[in-house]
Design a protein around this ligand. Structure first.
Ligand code: NAP
Length: 542
């Protein structure tokens, strides 16, 4: 790991050493620039460093959820399962850090506290919680979309006498729940992945559900040799097919046919076929599932029927059946045995809509109706998504304007990559980009390539600063909203909308126009000399 470097001057500072930061560092160094990563964790890996709960694994097949920038890396790494576990993903990202000799420019255990733009020098001053301050021409926020956990704000939570865990900050040494009564609060992806495994170990598991989610089986398992061989032969083609797919996931195999162009029997057969494939394939069945409520309802009801067929107790099955939002408008959960877990004698479900959670008591969780005693509580209550990590850093652009003020009404960006008034600052997978609505690995590579190319272009012209114009940013924000409004997405109280954090402005944050359309727009912007950006000369640079 790199030593501290207070006072040093870099071409670029990168915040975060996850999928984004690692590739960003690799690209910038290859361009001959000096760059340094600051990372708050004690290791590389970003989201995969922190989310170590039982059952944590990727929800996109690993053959696609991995870097494609290096054919050599791609060829030499062998994934063992369709959906890699958190430890395997960590092994992969550590391998990447070693293979590309990235560690010498990564400083771990260091949280960036502020980033301020100085208009006289046209440089960013980046300060850390270790009392260092360095300067850089460019500042790149590779801080992740799901890196700041939601606050545990239940009354009495600090008085609980048992053990308390957060899925997003799981102890590295693991947890042994043998013989324990465990309360799990939340039923998002993190809970849905961890509950089946906790239930295998614990004496009793009580799941506290506020909103049921749609979950589809992963059908995880070893990747057959024939599939690996096929990928080896067709790697470049398949990677390109992923980039050309709406969600940047090739295996979704998205169709344009409309749901009601098929008969009820045909739809049923198609949903069955895709349920059998597992994962996000179900969402690709028809082209109108995310835009037409009635079409969506056919797929939603298919999943509810599956829940009824798996869960033996009809009352529990009904509680688990989502009815308050269209399928897919909250990220689909991908599970291994989630619904069947509720057939176990040691698992019970509490519907918080029927009996709201009132407080955490020293001995357990109290709802309006009962006190559920517990030895351990697992909070799986989600993240301050997409803007949370940026909000924690005191970011100031031209005129000392804070990002907090600039985004008081919700995030505003140009292409999810740049912010008007914040020169030479880039965000990877920021609000206004497809990011979380698609394969993050593909989205990240495209962003990093755009940013690196832009920085190279600036260097060739010896230009000083680049920033989005307010007009281009306004137009992009309007476009993001316009596209979102043609879909069912805004109908869900999702973290995409900021609806899961009390007081957060409700804005649909990711771009739903599809990855290929977004990528093409970015390419067009670059080809037109970074259209929509103001480029100032370096004349004033000291
Ligand atoms: P999440 O989807 O936001 O789920 C949080 C859960 O906690 C929800 O069920 C929510 O209920 C509940 N909750 C929050 N505040 C609550 C409160 N005050 N009282 C009662 N319940 C409360 O968070 P997550 O499960 O960590 O997943 C977040 C995202 O991370 C996913 O959508 C996905 O993109 C990613 N992820 C992916 C994987 C994977 O499979 N690779 C695994 C984990 C996470 P409401 O729905 O009612 O708000």
């Amino acid at each position: 790991m790199a030593d501290t470097a207070s006072g040093a001057a870099y071409d670029a500072i990168i915040v975060g050493a996850g999928f984004s930061g690692l590739y960003m560092l690799h690209r910038l160094r290859a361009q001959g620039l000096t760059a340094r990563i600051y990372e708050a964790a004690s290791g590389v890996g970003g989201t995969w460093y922190w989310n170590r709960y039982p059952g944590a694994r990727v929800d996109i097949e690993s053959l696609e959820y991995s870097y494609s920038f290096s054919p050599e890396l791609d060829a030499e790494w062998k994934w063992s399962e369709r959906y890699a576990t958190q430890p395997e993903l960590m092994a992969y990202l550590n391998h990447v850090a070693d293979r590309f000799d990235l560690r010498r420019d990564i400083q771990l255990d260091t949280r960036v506290t502020s980033a301020r733009f100085d208009e006289r020098s046209n440089r960013w001053t980046v300060a850390t919680d270790r009392g260092e301050a360095v300067t850089a021409r460019y500042c790149i926020m590779a801080t992740g979309c799901l890196s700041v956990a939601n606050e545990v704000a239940f009354p009495g939570a600090d008085r609980f006498q048992g053990e308390t865990y957060r899925t997003s900050r799981w102890p590295h040494e693991g947890v042994d729940f043998t013989g324990k009564r465990v309360a799990v609060i939340g039923t998002g992806s993190s809970a849905i992945q961890s509950i089946p495994l906790i239930a295998e170990q614990a004496a009793q598991v009580t799941v506290f559900q506020r909103t049921p989610n749609f979950s589809v089986p992963a059908h995880n398992g070893p990747i057959p040799e024939a599939v690996l061989e096929d990928w080896k032969r067709n790697r470049a083609k398949y990677r390109q097919e992923a980039r050309d797919a709406g969600f940047a996931i090739r295996m979704v195999d998205g169709q344009e046919t409309l749901a009601f162009d098929a008969t009820a029997e045909q739809r049923q057969a198609e949903y069955e076929r895709r349920w059998g494939i597992g994962g996000f394939a179900l969402m690709g069945a028809y082209g109108d599932l995310i835009v037409d409520r009635a079409a969506n309802e056919t797929a939603s009801e298919f999943v509810r029927e599956k829940i009824r067929s798996i869960v033996k107790d009809p009352a529990t099955a009904e509680k688990l059946s989502p009815r308050s939002f269209p399928m897919g408008t909250k990220r689909l959960c991908i599970d291994t045995g989630y619904y069947a877990t509720f057939n176990r004698d040691n698992v019970s479900l509490v519907d918080l809509r029927a009996e709201p959670l009132e407080a955490i008591e020293p001995t357990g969780v109290r709802t309006a109706d009962h006190l559920y005693e517990a030895d351990a509580i697992v909070y799986a209550i989600g993240f301050d998504a997409m803007t949370g990590a940026l909000g924690r850093i005191d970011i100031r652009g031209r005129g000392g304007v804070t990002l907090k003020d600039a985004w008081a009404e919700g995030p505003r960006t140009y292409l999810g990559l740049m912010i008007a008034g914040f020169p030479n600052l880039f965000i990877v997978t920021g609000p206004g980009s497809p990011s979380v609505l698609c394969n993050m690995a593909v989205a990240i590579e495209q962003h990093v390539d755009f940013i690196s190319d832009c920085i190279a272009w600036m260097g060739e012209r010896q230009a000083g600063t680049i920033e989005a114009t307010p007009a281009a940013q306004d137009a992009w924000v309007a476009h993001v909203n316009e596209v979102a409004d043609t879909t069912l997405y805004p109908q869900a109280n999702s973290w995409y909308m900021g609806a899961n954090v009390p007081g957060k402005p409700r804005v649909f944050m990711p771009y739903i126009g599809g990855f290929p359309a977004y990528r093409d727009r970015c390419a067009e912007v670059a080809a037109n000399g970074y259209e929509g950006c103001e480029i100032r000369s370096a004349a004033s640079v000291s």
